[in-house]
Design a protein around this ligand. Structure first.
Ligand SMILES: [Zn+2]
Length: 451
């Protein structure tokens, strides 16, 4: 695979270091070190610009006219095994959807041939749509989880991969659960060690994640054991939190306190935790997560099908929570982070205005809830990096060069510029219109993995 390591790339970049603002780096030279980390970002007014261009000579890759680069997208919530049912099974509430469609599908990953085919397709497709980092739930199977990590390493995607824990025999079907709590914890440790010691993973581009599916599928002993493993290994944590009325109610009935508080008591809310959905967080829950530095994976499209509500994103941001965006494949029927950005904006507008036309305008929604496209894009890139505590999501010195090139002129793509030359307008048209056909190149750690 071609690499930009030790070289430079010249073009116009868009990124969002500050929520709600797009910064345009026009005709800018980005220099990488040998590890694919951005060493310098040099604009045309910089005195060193000409010198560096001459010095690097043909070691500079230039983006073609009409092509622009963005930081790669960080998808904070993907169920890798559910990719075969993307666009299907959207007709039941969460608790029925799991047993009717999803557990039978996930159980098939005991078959490594099936797993390989599905995971190869998924990782290829996500990279091709500009997702340079994904936070993956795998399945309960140790071998298939390790296989997903192998495939991410081979294809060069930055990924965080977790073996799902579902250890409660009362709560899970016999055909799809951990054999015992002890086995679930032992397999979790084995997968962590496997990923960290992987000979192809010396750069640590793929990381392990402690992954209780959610409280309803786990025993207290299992949850406490996973909290202890996360403390001991320093691994990331991912799970679901207060996703739907049913899931929220289940935890309240079981413990007499909220999902966020319960997870925290089990040691599962850390600086490196990502809690998916979290629609029904209380004010206290938000304060708790903010104090821990934990993050929410906001899955706006999936929430429309399974969460019974719109996540109060703007409120969470005002309470200084870390938030990134997730597709929630396949609860959300799109694998595209462009789509996640669009739906984030749309959902926030629906929360603000409200949705029941029978109500008077003043009672219909929740004032002050909307976010703009620049905020959604910030969350999909820099916000994801902050959530994971990784130096990704910005075009700035010290950050990994994970980037996506968008050809805004691609005839088969969804962007039509109509002669537009204003950078901000071009950015908005790209974010709202871009499809996979507009993605002309993708880099992770400076290595070109698409195009
Ligand atoms: Zn999920």
């Amino acid at each position: 695979m071609a690499t930009l390591a030790g070289r430079g790339i010249l073009g116009t970049f868009f990124h969002a270091p500050v929520r709600g603002e797009i910064e345009v780096l026009e005709d800018t030279l980005v220099l990488l070190d040998e590890a694919g980390v951005i060493r310098e970002v040099i604009g045309p007014e910089d005195p060193g610009y000409r010198f560096e261009l001459d010095r690097l000579d043909d070691h500079v890759v230039e983006l073609p006219e009409g092509t622009y680069a963005l930081p790669g997208f960080v998808d904070l919530h993907v169920h890798a095994p559910q990719y075969p049912q993307l666009g299907l099974a959207l007709d039941e509430p969460l608790e029925v959807w799991l047993t009717k469609y999803t557990f039978p599908l996930e159980a098939r990953y005991a078959d490594l041939d099936f797993a390989r085919q599905a995971y190869e397709t998924l990782v290829t497709d996500l990279l091709a749509t500009g997702t340079t980092t994904a936070l993956y739930f795998a399945t309960v199977h140790r071998e298939a989880t390790q296989l997903l990590a192998d495939i991410c390493i081979k294809k060069g995607q930055r990924a965080l991969v977790g073996k799902v824990v579902m250890d409660d025999p009362e709560a899970n079907p016999d055909y799809y659960r951990d054999a015992s709590t002890q086995a679930a914890l032992a397999d979790t440790r084995t997968v962590i060690d496997y990923i960290r010691a992987h000979p192809g993973n010396a750069a640590g581009r793929v990381l392990p994640v402690v992954t209780p599916r959610f409280i309803p599928s786990c025993t207290d002993e299992g949850l406490a054991g996973l909290g202890a493993i996360s403390a001991e290994t320093g691994a990331h944590v991912q799970t679901h939190c207060s996703e739907s009325d049913w899931a929220h109610g289940h935890v309240l009935a079981r413990y007499g306190h909220t999902d966020a508080e319960a997870l925290d008591r089990f040691g599962l809310v850390t600086r490196k935790s990502v809690l998916a959905h979290s629609n029904f967080l209380t004010d206290d829950d938000m304060d708790r997560l903010a104090a821990r530095g934990a993050a929410v994976a906001h899955c706006a499209l999936s929430n429309a099908y399974f969460a019974n509500s719109v996540f109060p994103l703007r409120k969470a941001l005002e309470k200084h929570l870390h938030v990134g965006l997730g597709t929630d494949i396949s609860g959300g029927p799109s694998a595209s982070m462009f789509e996640a950005c669009r739906m984030t904006v749309a959902a926030s507008r629906m929360l603000e205005d409200g949705v029941d036309p029978a109500l008077p305008a003043g009672q219909r929604g929740r004032a002050g809830s909307r976010v703009d496209l620049a905020t959604a894009f910030h969350l999909a890139t820099a916000g994801g990096g902050i959530a994971l505590d990784l130096p990704i999501g910005l075009i700035a010195p010290g950050y990994r060069f994970d980037a996506v090139a968008i050809d805004a002129t691609a005839p088969q793509g969804g962007v039509r510029l109509f002669g537009e030359t204003r950078p901000q307008a071009i950015f908005e048209k790209m974010l709202y219109g871009a499809t996979r056909a507009n993605v002309s190149a993708v880099w992770v750690d400076g290595v070109q993995v698409v195009g």
